[in-house]
Design a protein around this ligand. Sequence first.
Ligand code: AMP
Ligand code: FES
Ligand code: ZN
Ligand code: ZN
Length: 366
Amino acid sequence: MKCRVCREPAIIDIRRHNANFCEEHFLRLCRDQVTKAIDAFSMITPDERCLVAVSGGKDSLAVWDILLDLGYQVDGLYLGLGIGDYSDESARYAREYAESRGATLIEVSLPRTYGFDIPNGSRAAKRKPCSACGLSKRHLFDQAAIAGRYDVVATGHNLDDEAAVLFGNVLHWQTDYLGRQLPVLPARDGFPRKIKPLVRLGEREMAAYCVVKGIDYIVDECPMAKGNKHIGYKEALNAIEATSAGAKHSFYFGFLDRASERFQAEAEADQAELTPCIECGSPTSTEVCAFCRLVTRAGGHLPEGDHDIRLDAWFGDHRHVEPVLDDAYPDPDPDPDPDPDVGAGADDAIAVDLSPTRRTPKDVRA
Ligand code: AMP
Ligand code: FES
Ligand code: ZN
Ligand code: ZN
């Protein structure tokens, strides 16, 4: 197996590109694919400040790494969701990476700041854990970005994630969600732009990227995500991809090219009806926004004081004083199911052991 570019021994084959790559050219391919996505969708410019939401998993650490290597100004944001050992361990990977690059990692703890964790809070609120988790993440990503004056929030959603969400939305004909399923959501109402720079790269490539770059990441999936529908959709698409290389790519990018625009009018009509949440000021279609309702039902509390004071608690002196809004723009990961916003990375497509104890470039040899 030889590298398509240099004919040296390859470490990975990528069937949808019908090509193999050596370490050097595989890393270059990953960077090039991110550059291509950034250019095609006008995601970010070098003078903008970006906050990357980092879970400690392969995708978000890889996107942080690639954006830094490409010269963008990127800080990380880790949200502590209070999911026992899983959260402790994932925080550790995020911190270790930040330290290794001398990069800034902002940490926000749901239990400490809002008085509830996902396992207990979702039970009390009678919501599925992944739905409470997704809602909290969207709210806190926005809030942190506004507080820290970031222009852009990036997440580690990859092609497998996006194809699976699209699959779920099509399966249930969630036309309002289909109009918002884009790799970029523009800034609006004072909110930062949201971008998904990994849409041209698959899960297997991101795991291989971390292995080759020596980035340690949490391999375990979130224990609360087991058995949810999103994972089932990913498995279904993996089965299709196995016999039809490139199917995920053409499904997702075909949708973006030829169909997504048709659903945008409906999505925009939805947005027009938002008014500020009476608790926190977030644009919402109800009097109190979904996150504030979750906080109450989960037995938590909003931090003491007004918005500015709450921001101080996170950011000290370099806060940015503007109304704190949260859910202003569409769910980046709409899922019609009762389990929205999941996307724990099932690595079934990876033929080799990528566990942290065995990470050498040799291991990603396909
Ligand atoms: P998931 O919904 O778990 O697949 O995560 C999707 C994306 O959300 C990840 O690629 C990260 O960018 C971000 N993310 C997930 N969990 C966290 C977290 N605890 N803290 C910060 N960002 C996260
Ligand atoms: Fe959110 Fe598991 S419930 S990551
Ligand atoms: Zn090569
Ligand atoms: Zn609110």
